[in-house]
Ligand binder design. Sequence first.
Ligand code: BTN
Length: 253
Amino acid sequence: MSHQFNEENMAGAGAFFLPSLSLRWYSQLDSTNSLALNEPGLPGGTVIAADSQWAGRGRLGRNWLSPQGLNLYFSLVLYPQLPREHWGGFSLAAGVGLAQGLGELDLHPRIKWPNDILWQGIKMAGILLETKEQRLVVGAGVNVNQEEFPLGLHATSIRIATGIAWRRDLLLAVFSREIYRWCMLWEQGLFDQVISAWRQHDSVLGQQVTIHRGEEAIEGTAVDVESSGALVVEDRHAFRHVLHSGEVSFRKN
Ligand code: BTN
């Protein structure tokens, strides 16, 4: 199935036309990110969605459980022209886009660096960016109508938060439009605008955190995010660590 939807972007001082997104929705895939990365010739602005994934990928090498027909699993194809050192910032932009999209449902989620979407401190959605040659794929998994999660998985969904069952196609239109819009703002170099929106949703800056990276754990205060998308953590020796990946956990004083 293939659709087109057009959006006009009115963000910021000036308005500009956002090229149309085109959607391909599959019943089953291994991973929407895999198809979006590997299918030759996919134009920028293509959204690949699936009703289920049998090998959905999460950040840091984890699996992303993707049961049939309950949630959203989708990937947006981009071909950024920005220098590579700024590509990491698309991860902040995508998080802002998804948080803003959820805001349209009157949910006000927080972002945990880089782009975990938390509602009342519990994970509602996650984003995985992957690149191949000139292509950047923004993959998003949003828990929509799932009400029960496997034991040990601390997760929530839009249905749990709102008490309502949602049409996934309508939500996909909103979320992919917002993710695309914020990524295009980043692409245009409007870094301050995106980072300031990210800060408004952020739950990490100013907090005592531990950043886990494999065997390594860095403890300190989260003090800033950079336009590379990196998190800056200041440890107790006032040494600043610039972190490009890792999992944040909050420390109690
Ligand atoms: C995370 O670990 O928080 C990121 C999860 C990203 C999951 C989505 S589902 C659609 C896309 N395809 C994948 O294989 N992963 C992403």
